[in-house]
Design a protein around this ligand. Structure first.
Ligand SMILES: NC(=O)c1ccc[n+]([C@@H]2O[C@H](COP(=O)([O-])OP(=O)(O)OC[C@H]3O[C@@H](n4cnc5c(N)ncnc54)[C@H](O)[C@@H]3O)[C@@H](O)[C@H]2O)c1
Length: 328
């Protein structure tokens, strides 16, 4: 049986990837230090014979006994609230973490796929963003800890590919949503749904004219699966090009949830990207991939998931006491 190590397994995307690889008949090792993840996301996998969980921080040396065929590196704080609270861990997992995993991949002769992000394009001056665009990132701005960690991670991965001949894949993920996101992680979709469910007004930062493009998680997982088994070592954008302004998006959530609350505006955070839309021509040509789930269907499934939350869970503001985690 082929064996895959998935880091960040207890997180939103990592847990969906675990589900997919289990479904495809792989032996799956999930690894996570639970800094932003939740064991609830993979609870259903724990009794399975072909699933193992390692509670481990990948910024420290990573040991996995036996053979490994594939490594998917998804461990990293991913939302602005998280990486602003834990900036040093974010930089460490994108640098020390990837170095440890590249070493492991080299030792095991495994193929490694890394989760990069549309944030490598920063606040883009090219629209939509093709893979050939080098980006517009402020390295010392608040988002620099995440954006530069991801840019370093890509550079390091490419160096192992060219210097050591390691088989590597780089996916640049654009905003993705679905069940198992955290309501309180500051990402726009759970933030709006959480506010609607708590009966609060929906907060739009800026005038709401900035755009985002939202991809449903099943589409993303399909794209990643195809990329892993392709022969493309260069970065590939995976996301949904259907672009919407944040104001229109808030209006869609108001309609979906039936809330009687209104939109309130607050000032835009520093370096917030004004536009976000993937150019997916490369994924279409190389992987024969494009998103299939409409925003209407994806939002309905996601809303149904959050609707089941208890009052306590809906009102939980802080996910974790991040101070427990070393920042050295
Ligand atoms: N969700 C998106 O829209 C999106 C977009 C672009 C890129 N990404 C990337 O995808 C990956 C997963 O994002 P997500 O949305 O699932 O976030 P998430 O916070 O839900 O999951 C990240 C997981 O990584 C774990 N983790 C963090 N640091 C770790 C460490 N040092 N060692 C072990 N585990 C660690 C966390 O505990 C968590 O379970 C991240 O690398 C993120 O940058 C996500």
């Amino acid at each position: 049986m082929k064996k895959v190590l998935i880091t960040g397994a207890a997180g939103f995307l990592g847990s969906h990837l675990c589900d997919r690889f289990i479904k495809e008949g792989f032996n799956v090792i999930g690894m996570d230090n639970l800094i932003t993840g939740d064991m609830e996301n993979i609870e259903h996998l724990l009794p399975l014979e072909n699933f193992e969980f390692y509670h481990h921080d990948v910024s420290k040396f990573v040991h996995v006994p036996g053979h490994l065929d594939y490594i998917l590196h998804f461990a990293s704080p991913a939302s602005p609230i998280d990486y602003l609270k834990i900036p040093i861990q974010t930089l460490k997992v994108g640098s020390l973490g990837i170095h440890n995993l590249l070493g492991l991949a080299k030792e095991k002769r495994a193929r490694l796929l890394i989760a990069s992000t549309s944030e490598v394009y920063g606040d883009p001056s090219v629209h939509p963003q093709p893979e050939s665009y080098w980006g517009n990132v402020n390295p010392v701005g608040p988002r620099g800890v995440y954006d530069e960690a991801k840019r370093f991670q890509e550079a390091m991965t490419m160096a192992y590919h060219t210097y050591h001949g390691l088989e590597t894949r780089i996916v640049r993920i654009f905003n993705t949503y679905g069940p198992r996101m955290r309501l309180n992680d500051g990402r726009v979709l759970p933030a709006f749904i959480g506010q609607a469910l708590r009966g609060e007004d929906l907060t739009v930062f800026g005038d709401g004219s900035q755009t985002r493009s939202f991809c449903y998680v099943d589409d993303l997982v399909e794209g990643i699966y195809r990329l892993l088994f392709s022969d493309c070592a260069d970065p590939v954008n995976i996301g949904n090009p259907s672009e919407i302004t944040i104001k229109e998006f808030a209006e869609e959530i108001i309609k979906l949830t039936g809330t009687t609350q209104k939109i309130v505006y607050k000032s835009l955070p520093q370096d917030d990207p004004k536009q976000r839309q993937p150019d997916i021509s490369k994924a279409k040509a190389l992987l024969d991939w494009e998103p299939k789930v409409s925003r209407e269907d994806g939002l309905r499934i996601t809303y149904d998931y959050f609707k089941g939350f208890s009052h306590e869970k809906l009102n939980q503001r802080d996910h974790k006491d991040f101070k427990r985690y070393s920042v050295i």
